[in-house]
Design a protein around this ligand. Structure first.
Ligand SMILES: Cc1cc2nc3c(=O)[nH]c(=O)nc-3n(C[C@H](O)[C@H](O)[C@H](O)COP(=O)(O)O)c2cc1C
Length: 195
């Protein structure tokens, strides 16, 4: 089964990149095929709300979104990480999420991400710098794609994985990242979503 990890940070080697790749490494050790996409440097144009994609299921704008949509559709599990920006997801990630409107149902087509397993990772500078609200931004997106949204699972089973400060130094935060990945592995092994 395939896992896609997306870092929503504009920094290619920052905390979110580290945390998402830490989760992917854990899933690789569990036997999953992994793919990593960083939004850093990606050309993703904002949704213009034209609704042309309701008919065409693709966007008229030429940029890097098609490879991201294709990778999402090929994934059984999707991990999305973001830095907390004012307690919310980064603008880069929100722009990517809005462009996923091409996967919303219309004209009787089902939601392509239905039943896939999704989890969220948030990185902030402060211990309570808005990680949980950032997780909820991501989880709301996953819910609206009709995915199965998971917590970080045992032993804490909170809202997802959270990093405070420098990811590499945050051993407790990295434990939540690992637990999220292991919970995703357990969920996928119990219930293999059909692509
Ligand atoms: C525009 C902006 C807004 C930020 N807002 C917050 C915030 O609300 N709370 C917080 O603790 N840190 C905030 N930070 C700090 C980042 O969340 C933090 O440095 C994070 O680890 C960066 O992740 P990255 O290295 O993956 O980019 C902000 C940083 C930027 C650039």
């Amino acid at each position: 089964m395939n896992i896609l990890g997306i870092s929503g940070s504009p920094r290619p080697n920052g905390n979110t990149a580290y945390a998402v790749q830490y989760a992917l490494d854990t899933l690789k050790q569990q036997g999953f095929a992994i793919k990593y996409i960083s939004l850093s440097g990606k050309d993703i144009k904002p949704c213009t709300g034209c609704f042309k994609c309701e008919k065409t299921h693709s966007c008229y704008q030429q940029d890097d979104m098609p490879e991201i949509i294709d990778a999402m559709k090929e994934s059984h599990g999707l991990l999305i990480g973001s830095p907390a920006y004012f307690g919310m997801v980064s603008g880069q990630l929100k722009t990517m999420m809005d462009r996923c409107v091409v996967m919303r149902p219309s004209y009787g087509d089902p939601l392509p991400m239905t039943g896939r397993v999704g989890g969220a990772i948030a990185c902030a500078n402060s211990r309570n710098g808005g990680q949980e609200t950032t997780l909820q931004n991501i989880q709301t997106f996953l819910f609206q794609l009709n995915m199965q949204v998971i917590s970080d699972g045992p032993p804490y089973s909170h809202l997802g994985a959270t990093i405070a400060g420098n990811a590499q130094d945050d051993s407790w935060g990295l434990e939540t990242v690992k637990n999220l990945a292991l919970n995703m592995a357990a969920m996928l092994k119990q219930n293999h979503p059909v692509l």
